[in-house]
Design a protein around this ligand. Structure first.
Ligand SMILES: [Cu+2]
Length: 246
């Protein structure tokens, strides 16, 4: 009777070992020092991995459940079940092997999430800094020389961008889905996020924290421009300000 459990236990062991060996082979995914880490790729990679793991775990649970349903079905009317007596070793095995398998995967994904989080919280040193003040209902971006834009975050492509933010009124949340970044902006506190627009293009900005009646209209866009075009845009805005102020 007890022998029936052995194939199942071996199956669990195989999954556990497969998980561990995949954990070890992941070492190469993280960027070397000095390079700009790719948080979009890091996010996508972790997301795929979580999906794959919960699918495998779900199938595994379903198979074990189906096996038990079949193996321990009632075979005659009035049949009474009787508990299987397990040896101490089998008992410990049943408790600890599944724990080992699932906790190994949880801790591994947790560690990878922590590593990725640290990447999110550590802007590269050469990041270009832009300030943001959110309000009901607009995003005001502030550049060097007093230049301001509303709802348009113009950035040079090919450079990591650091956005330091606060809020004029209530809590908003700057969400740029294409770059997999989101950060709350709040009054009386300065928070930040960074992202890396590699190429010229436009990307949606939206508010991800309910901030009142027109919250759903609180959108904007990132406009990633060639470095030269960005520089001349900023210079012309600065010149216009100087002229206006003179
Ligand atoms: Cu908002």
């Amino acid at each position: 009777m007890r022998r029936r459990f052995y194939p199942l236990l071996s199956l669990l062991m195989v999954f556990g070992l497969a998980g561990l060996s995949s954990a070890q082979s992941e070492g190469g995914h993280y960027p070397t020092a000095g390079a700009i880490p790719d948080i979009v790729e890091g996010y996508n990679h972790l997301w795929r991995e979580v999906m794959i793991d919960i699918t495998i775990i779900g199938i595994l649970f379903a198979l074990v459940t189906l096996y038990f349903l079949f193996a321990y079905r009632r075979k005659r009317p009035n049949q009474e079940g009787k508990p299987v007596k397990l040896s101490k070793a089998a008992m410990l095995g049943w408790a600890f092997i599944p724990i080992f398998v699932f906790m190994a995967d949880d801790l591994y994904l947790g560690a990878k999430g922590w590593t990725l989080w640290n990447t999110y919280r550590t802007p590269p040193e050469n990041a270009y800094e832009i300030q943001l003040e959110s309000a009901m209902w607009s995003w005001k971006f502030k550049y060097a020389g007093g230049v301001e834009t509303y709802n348009e975050l113009r950035v040079p492509a090919g450079k990591p961008i650091l956005v330091r933010m606060t809020s004029a009124d209530t809590i908003h949340s700057l969400f740029i889905p294409d770059f997999k970044v989101k950060e709350d902006s709040m009054p009386g506190r300065v928070t930040y996020l960074w992202f890396y627009p590699k190429e010229v293009g436009e990307h949606l900005i939206t508010c991800a924290e309910y901030c009142g009646m027109l919250h759903s209209n609180m959108s904007g866009k990132v406009i990633a421009m060639e470095q030269g075009a960005f520089d001349s845009w900023l210079a012309s805005e600065q010149a216009a300000l100087t002229e206006g102020g003179a």
